[in-house]
Design a protein around this ligand. Structure first.
Ligand code: FES
Ligand code: FES
Length: 189
């Protein structure tokens, strides 16, 4: 049996639901979710750093919760809703969270940024009332070698504050903005 035949026999068809779309991928069972996202689905916004679960650059949302995509097999994600950083701003406009990172200089080289964005997106969905201390604790799970973290904490806190204010306005029936922007600044790239 040739190597190519052996490889073909080892492949399996898996179905992944990513950013609202269904995909079928023929892959080896041992391949990680981050590799399939990047190489098979060409969703290269998710980065790969340590490949050991330490840096968090590969963070995506699995059924709403942040996970390290380098630590799980793609086949394990079958049947789950997967969200990558590409889902935050499908059009040309930044999401409120991305805009907050931009305004607070929450990135420099940007390598860690997709991971921090998805970590924050999942966390704020679960804890919209999070305090700055809680945000500080959560971002400590990912590594950034450039920013010193303070600007990342400020960005997430600003976004959370704006989302809460927009929600209050909607509940009180006085707000006109449905999108909970993080600031009044222009949101175009
Ligand atoms: S690449 Fe996954 S945690 Fe570092
Ligand atoms: S912005 Fe460079 S590693 Fe975080």
């Amino acid at each position: 049996m040739t190597d190519t035949t052996r490889q073909a026999l080892q492949q399996q068809l898996i179905g992944l639901h990513v950013n609202g779309e269904d995909h079928e991928v023929l892959t080896e069972p041992r391949r990680t979710l981050v590799d399939v996202l990047r190489h098979d689905l060409r969703l290269t916004g998710t980065h790969v750093g340590c490949e050991h679960g330490i840096c968090g650059a590969c963070t995506v949302l699995l059924d709403g919760s942040p996970v390290r995509a380098c630590l799980m097999f793609a086949a394990q994600a079958e049947g789950s809703e997967i969200r990558t950083v590409e889902s935050l701003a499908p059009g040309r406009e930044l999401s409120d969270l991305q805009q907050a990172f931009s305004e607070h200089h929450g990135l420099q080289c940007g390598f860690c940024t997709p991971g921090f964005l998805m970590l924050a997106e999942g966390f704020l969905a679960e804890r919209p009332e999070a305090s700055k201390e809680e945000i500080r604790e959560v971002v400590a799970s990912n590594l950034c070698r450039c920013t010193g973290y303070q600007s990342i904490v400020e960005a997430i806190d600003d976004c959370a504050t704006s989302r809460r204010a927009a929600l209050r306005h909607r509940i009180e029936g006085t707000g006109e903005d449905e999108e909970a922007p993080c600031s009044s600044a222009t949101r175009s790239r």
